[in-house]
Design a protein around this ligand. Structure first.
Ligand SMILES: [Zn+2]
Length: 387
């Protein structure tokens, strides 16, 4: 399973010889293609990559990796319906492979100085870790939903103290018992809320709760403000007898809705903010500038965004104009066929959230790239302080 740390490692990798190989394999459904045809496609990709590499005189390190990809492809047989990605650079003894949800747009192979990360980050908006708590008054299950895999992390049981002895005094004691039960419920949900807070501290990004309608008002008030900020929502479910598959389905549905709303909100914020001279930036030139000044909080990329640019080989400055010399340090620049991967790398390095937006006319109109800003460098000095 790939982690965010893995992606960060990949984003920092560089092969001076241009032998960083990125291979993305998207299994086809049996009805559109046979596995044999898939293999032919991979062979074509490998052949083209080899030809390109030889043309640019950088075949030394790449040939071995490409042969490994070929022999792997022969054994994939659809990979059990999962996508596969490989990042390799034989010269540097580097080989990483991961299985992913089958949500890639295509099978591709790229040889470059750096790894091609965009399809990977597009799969899950840089992979938020979701925690789903399914609870009633006696039990709670904590699930982690990550990409399309769900695992139970923990189970808690509410050990109700035996109340046998006081049962005989029901007439006398009923009010007391009721208060006692209420108190216990409060204690229990408080404990669950505290546990959620601990999960949040250990790196979970989003939280969901599944419970019966009547239990939610008892649970909800105890949620920690930090968890609340990251709260996706609550879905109605009866924890007694529920299957892990049902939890996943309900959790995914709620999260997808949340994500769609959030994406639309972020585009509004970025585009609207840019129009009002507020906390938004649109267009490649302005977004690049905002990335360099540390203003960016969230980077938004439209699915079809692609643009050429040049990058300084010395200081890393990116220019949307095709200039030979770096505007910052004066050294030579390298042409980038598409700037997307470079933007993603900067965002990964700086811990900036990256959101891929499938279809949004306002974002497309804004040039396909935009950002929500933490502040504006031209309006206050927070940037200088933070930088
Ligand atoms: Zn430079």
């Amino acid at each position: 399973m790939i982690t965010r740390e893995n992606i960060r490692e990949l984003s920092g990798f560089e092969s001076q010889e241009g032998c960083a190989l990125s291979f993305y394999y998207q299994p086809s459904t049996p009805k559109d293609k046979s596995h044999r045809e898939e293999l032919i496609l991979v062979k074509d990709l490998v052949r083209n990559a080899l030809r390109e590499a030889e043309k640019n005189g950088k075949n030394g390190g790449a040939r071995q990796d490409l042969e490994k990809i070929l022999s792997m492809a022969e054994h994939l047989h659809g990979n059990g319906g999962r996508a596969k990605v490989v990042f390799a650079s034989g010269k540097d003894n580097f080989w990483r492979e991961y299985d992913l949800p089958p949500r890639l747009s295509e099978t591709t192979l790229v040889l470059h100085r750096r790894f091609h990360l965009r399809p990977l980050t597009a799969i899950a908006d840089v992979l938020p870790r979701l925690l789903i708590v399914v609870a009633d008054k006696s039990k709670a299950h904590f699930f982690e939903l990550w990409m399309d895999e769900i695992h139970e992390r923990e189970k808690l049981t509410n050990e109700l103290p035996r109340r046998g002895r006081s049962d005989g005094f029901a007439g006398y004691d009923a009010g007391h018992t009721e208060r006692h039960v209420e108190h216990e419920a409060m204690h229990w949900y408080k404990r669950l809320a505290e546990r959620m807070r601990e999960f949040q501290e250990s790196g979970y990004d989003r939280f969901l709760v599944g419970c019966r309608d009547e239990n939610w008002p008892e649970f909800e008030p105890y949620m920690h403000p930090y968890v609340r900020q990251r709260f996706v929502g609550r879905f109605a479910i009866d924890p007694a007898g529920v299957t892990i598959g049902q939890v996943r389905e309900a959790g995914e549905a709620l999260y997808n809705e949340f994500r769609a709303n959030r994406r639309a909100g972020l585009v509004r914020e970025a585009v609207g903010g840019a129009q009002r001279n507020g906390r938004g930036a649109v267009g490649l030139r302005r977004v690049l500038q905002a990335l360099e000044t540390g203003e960016v909080q969230t980077l938004l990329l439209a699915r079809n965004f692609a643009a050429p640019a040049v990058q300084c080989g010395n200081c890393g400055h990116i220019d949307s104009h095709s200039v030979k010399e770096c505007a910052v340090c004066g050294r030579g620049t390298i042409e980038l066929e598409d700037v997307s991967d470079a933007l993603i790398r900067i965002a990964m390095r700086k811990g900036i959230e990256i959101i891929h937006i499938p279809d949004h006319p306002d974002l497309v109109k804004a040039g396909g790239v935009a950002a929500v800003l933490r502040f504006r460098a031209d309006q206050n000095t927070e940037g200088k302080k933070a930088g």
